[in-house]
Design a protein around this ligand. Structure first.
Ligand code: NAP
Length: 302
């Protein structure tokens, strides 16, 4: 059994920030993740709105965040959480696929995953032209025509990114107004090879058996395309915590401004939290607040 003051679950920007702040405050910290540290940062090509860093890329920022956390003494472990329980104030037991960890306080920073569209042909054509990651799969469609689905920040950011690699991008969004930030909308409309189909849904993804060849809209039209990139929102990674802390109706973890969840000693940070705005900046800020609150909680233990 490993013992630590603070267990951070998830090593994306929120978790790594929480780990860095906690370790810097003198606590022993174990941050666990079932994937490489960085979370969704690893999927982002350009980041231009992280304060103080005019332009960086997600992979580089993830690396720097991990380096900073470990330099302060945090331990980042590649392992998956299986279960977690509270045995009393200041005593939490987590089971992972490799060990058991006892911690005085817990910070949940497990982030969120891509939502699927639910279109016919979507599941069977993953890897054959259906993708949820522009930076991972965009380069395979150099000089080709692609469809992007969605109207939020991710859809617009990634449509812009894809327009630099591909011949053309058709952005399909179910409403006639975008949800994305105005700055991104303005940038999108400056890209000459992006066309929009507003007020439409992709209901089927058509393939020739080997690869995607079209996206069918609800009005019957088929857009010829080599790929369909789907960015229709996120689903919180909170399944393991549904009987542990209170979740909202969409599965996001409810917390107050101090990142305190419904269970004392358990804090939350980043995209898995019920929050109106999800950015790398807000994730790292959540991590700092959660670390501060965990410090307060441990200091008050008898
Ligand atoms: P989001 O903001 O929830 O947007 C999801 C989009 O998908 C919406 O436009 C939504 O349409 C559409 N959608 C949802 N379900 C659909 C369905 N079944 N069929 C068709 N369309 C559907 O998700 P996101 O863009 O992934 O962003 C997630 C969070 O990350 C946000 O808080 C965002 O601000 C943040 N983020 C920030 C940046 C940045 O700052 N550069 C970049 C990426 C993400 P409606 O609009 O009609 O609901």
């Amino acid at each position: 059994m490993l013992k630590t003051d603070i267990l951070v679950i998830g090593a994306g920007p929120a978790g790594l920030s929480a780990a860095a702040y906690s370790a810097r405050a003198g606590y022993s910290v174990i941050a666990i993740d079932q994937l490489s540290p960085g979370g969704q940062l690893l999927l982002i090509d350009e980041i231009e709105n992280y304060p103080g860093l005019p332009l960086t890329n997600g992979y580089k920022l993830a690396e720097e965040l991990e380096k900073q956390a470990t330099a302060f003494g945090a331990q980042v472990e590649f392992t998956a959480l299986e279960s977690i329980k509270k045995e009393g104030e200041g005593k939490f037991i987590a089971k992972t696929d490799s060990d058991e960890i006892e911690a005085k306080a817990v910070i949940i920073a497990t982030g969120a995953d891509h939502r699927h569209l639910g279109a016919k042909g979507e599941e069977e054509n993953q890897g054959k032209g259906v993708s949820y990651c522009a930076t991972c799969d965009g380069p395979f469609f150099k000089g080709k025509n692609v469809v992007v689905v969605g109207g939020g920040d991710t859809a617009l950011t990634d449509a812009i990114y894809l327009s630099k690699i591909t011949k053309s991008v058709t952005l399909v969004h179910r409403r006639t107004e975008f949800r994305a930030q105005k700055a991104l909308q303005e940038k999108l409309y400056r890209c000459e090879n992006i066309r929009t189909e507003l007020g439409h849904n992709v209901i089927e993804i058509i393939s020739d058996g080997k690869k995607v060849i079209g996206a069918k809209l609800e009005d019957g039209r088929v857009l010829d395309t080599d790929a369909v990139f789907i960015f229709v929102g996120i689903i919180p990674n909170s399944n393991l915590f549904k009987d542990f802390v209170e979740l909202d109706k969409n599965g996001f973890i409810i917390a107050n401004g101090k990142m305190e969840t419904s269970v004392s000693g358990v804090f939350v940070a980043g995209d898995v939290r019920d929050t109106p705005f999800r950015q790398v900046t807000t994730a790292t800020a959540d991590g700092a607040i959660a670390a501060h609150s965990a410090d307060e909680y441990i200091s008050n233990l008898k």
